[in-house]
Design a protein around this ligand. Structure first.
Ligand code: DX5
Ligand code: ZN
Length: 231
């Protein structure tokens, strides 16, 4: 059984950027735990998203920790600038790196910027590829969609990676290790995500959508989390 708090991490990809500040203030007041910002360079993934200006704007609207999910070809280039903009966790993609040595270089650079290192794995990457890094990082972000776009459907067959990873973190005696799930997390699959062993839930379109205000969406997610923990 997990002793970690189950964290909600809103991703703003589908937020109303014209009202970004109030959208951040609203989820902060609703009790989310961190903000997840998706940085896309148009190379590692086709879309371009935003840069440090948006991270700075988000940081000025909340005291919550900010993580940057670097969907970029060359993470090394961007570590310091996003740390300066306010990120306290940097998530880089294993697939962007040549080998484990280059992963280690990025990890060391993230630590040198006083930020926490995390590695993301895309759907086609096996968890075995990153096991050697586990002792040097604080989080693995398991993508349950193809990175690049919000609003896709979670691929349930990928949850087995989270089950396997959680088993490994307990065998390695890493009780505070974060396993984050990113992609398609919704009220109706939250129980599966938590049961698999995820303790950080990225929620983009579940929070920022046309049907509900972000505050109510966060409250409903928290209720669904509490219900999944009951039984
Ligand atoms: C996609 C991003 C996700 C995305 C999540 O590449 O990494 O963080 O915004 O959005 P939803 O929750 O809508 O799948
Ligand atoms: Zn993301």
């Amino acid at each position: 059984m997990l002793t970690q708090k189950i964290e909600i991490a809103p991703s703003i990809l589908t937020a109303d950027f014209g009202a970004l500040r109030s959208q951040i203030i609203e989820v902060t007041a609703a009790g989310v735990d961190r903000i997840h910002l998706d940085i896309m360079d148009g190379h590692f993934v086709p879309p371009l998203s935003f840069s440090t200006e948006v991270v700075t704007a988000v940081a000025s609207a909340t005291n919550l920790p900010i993580e940057v999910h670097l969907m970029v070809e060359n993470p090394l280039k961007y570590i310091e600038m996003f740390a300066e903009a306010g990120a306290s966790t940097h998530i880089f993609h294993f697939e962007a790196m040549q080998n484990l040595d280059s992963c280690q270089t990025v990890i060391q650079e993230i630590k040198a910027s006083n930020s926490s290192p995390a590695v993301a794995i895309s759907p086609n990457t096996n968890i075995d590829s990153i096991l050697e890094l586990m002792e040097d990082i604080e989080q693995v972000t398991v993508m349950t969609i193809e990175p690049g776009w919000g609003g896709q459907k979670l691929r349930p067959e990928l949850l087995s990676k989270i089950i396997d990873l959680r088993k490994i973190t307990s065998e390695m005696n890493l009780p505070n290790f974060n396993i984050e799930i990113d992609g398609g997390v919704k009220i109706d699959n939250i129980k599966q995500c938590i049961t698999a062993g995820a303790n950080v839930l990225v929620a983009g379109s579940a929070i920022y959508n046309d049907n509900m205000n972000p505050k109510s969406a966060v409250e409903e997610l928290r209720i669904a989390i509490n219900n999944s923990l009951k039984k």
